[in-house]
Write a protein that binds this ligand. Structure first.
Ligand code: ATP
Ligand code: MG
Length: 418
């Protein structure tokens, strides 16, 4: 038996409706705010991610699917979307367009992680990126997009955590204070955090190990060492979130450890789906575009994990499963009737009406049983007699009512089914 790769999933028709519901909600909230959809390659040159995600991150160090292709180039399956979007913005010259530039995507991503509930090796993200705007209004716009999206899904058990991690002018002092603080407890830190102390000390703040998080609880907070500009920016964001009624919690443990991230970082955290509870994460990355070879261009974005949203939606949401049904099933008896039924189905489908007939070669009894199974709202039985008279009985399966319809003038049938 060949099985799917570990940490991947098959999404079957009964479940894909839920996915469609989520994607529809994403497109709706993006349209309201003028975000256009971008699609980009599933794989990119590996160096895009080492520079654009950061080569001190877990994603790049341990989780990427990297391969050398037949031409000897190192490629990686995308572990996220932001770096690719930034690459595309530069490559297509969009940085010269009228700003702001507002983009969204719905993609699959790949990370070689230990599979568990809410953590997969192939997973899906809805993400949005906003370029060319540094104001707190831009940050608000993006957070409100994510908030609106969750509301559209009917997800209410999430809380928004925000933080500011400063900018290249105020972060060095903060980083120094942080390294000093953690150095005092160096021996107790987990092995990963011991190495983070040198490479990426901010990331120790969001380490999930109990000991590290206990030590991190009393660590200096970024918001206490922000420069005036960063502090005003953060206050500006909070004032706007207050103004539009989006509740938040300032959480000093939300960080993005890389130098091209700046100021606002945020996460929407869900209750009741276990340890993998961040359904949406984002932040400002004013240095990213330049970092991967583009011009100076501010950016802010988020990505929501669709798989985790689905888990969240299990506990009550706006999604209602609708029983599927077909307006018409035509049972056909004999070769000539089958040709007629095929013709009627085609004519109805041209009018946008769903219709089905037997394609398996079943008996009349078995065809009627099948009509029940697919929840046909109406059935039509066509045999030699019906072909001769040119008339057939349309049966409404809900109330059992029958009406005679013409097999030659399809309009009658169209009017009833529409
Ligand atoms: P985590 O701390 O859970 O590993 P992350 O910081 O690696 O998350 P991001 O890179 O910010 O995650 O990705 C954005 C969102 O994508 C996450 O908030 C989460 O909902 C989802 N996500 C990330 N990794 C996975 C995964 N392996 N499986 C399913 N969803 C994921
Ligand atoms: Mg991760």
């Amino acid at each position: 038996m060949i099985q799917k790769p570990r940490g991947t999933m098959d999404i079957l028709p009964k479940d894909s409706k839920k996915w469609e519901f989520i994607e529809k909600a994403a497109r709706k909230v993006c349209k309201k705010r003028g975000f256009g959809e971008i699609r980009f390659p599933t794989f990119e040159e590996t160096c895009l991610f080492s520079r654009g995600v950061g080569d001190t991150t877990d994603v790049v160090q341990k989780e990427m699917y990297t391969f050398i292709d037949r031409d000897g180039t190192s490629y990686s399956l995308r572990p996220e979307g932001t770096a690719s979007v930034a690459r595309s913005v530069i490559e297509n010259g969009l940085a010269g367009d009228t700003m702001p530039l507002k983009l969204f995507y719905i993609i699959n991503c790949f990370r070689h992680e230990r599979p568990q509930a809410g953590r997969y090796r192939e997973f899906y993200q809805f993400g949005a990126e906003l370029f060319g705007a540094t104001t707190p209004t831009a940050d608000t716009e993006l957070i409100s997009l994510a908030d609106d999206f969750l509301k559209e899904l009917g997800i209410t058990n999430t809380s928004l955590h925000i933080n500011s991690i400063g900018c290249p002018s105020c972060r060095p002092q903060y980083k120094a204070a942080l390294v000093e603080y953690f150095s005092a407890n160096q021996d107790e830190l987990c092995d990963t955090c011991k190495s983070r102390l040198l490479s990426n000390p901010l990331r120790i703040l969001d380490c999930k190990s109990p000991i590290c998080s206990k030590i991190a609880a009393d660590a200096p907070k970024t918001i206490d060492s922000l420069c005036t500009e960063c502090s005003e920016h953060f206050e500006g964001l909070k004032a706007r979130l207050d103004a539009i009624g989006i509740k938040y919690e300032v959480d000093s443990h939300i960080v993005r450890g890389l130098d091209y991230y700046s100021r606002t970082v945020f996460e929407f955290i869900s209750e009741g789906i276990g340890a993998q509870s961040t359904v949406c994460g984002g932040g400002r990355y004013d240095g990213l575009v330049k970092q991967i070879g583009g011009p100076e261009l501010a950016g802010i974005g988020f990505a929501a994990g669709i798989n985790r949203l689905i888990l969240t939606m299990e506990n009550g949401s706006a999604y209602k499963e609708e029983e599927s049904s077909v307006p018409l099933y035509i049972a056909a008896l004999g070769e000539k009737a089958s040709v007629k039924a095929t013709e009627i189905c085609a004519l109805l489908r041209n009018e946008g009406i769903s219709a089905e007939t037997d394609i398996v070669g079943r008996s009349l009894k078995a065809q009627m049983k099948y009509a029940n199974k697919i929840n046909a709202q109406n059935t039509l039985i066509v045999g030699d007699g019906e072909l001769e008279s040119g008339k057939a009985q349309l049966r409404n399966m809900q109330n059992g009512e029958q009406s005679e319809i013409s097999l030659s003038d399809i309009n009658e049938l169209i009017n009833i089914l529409k």
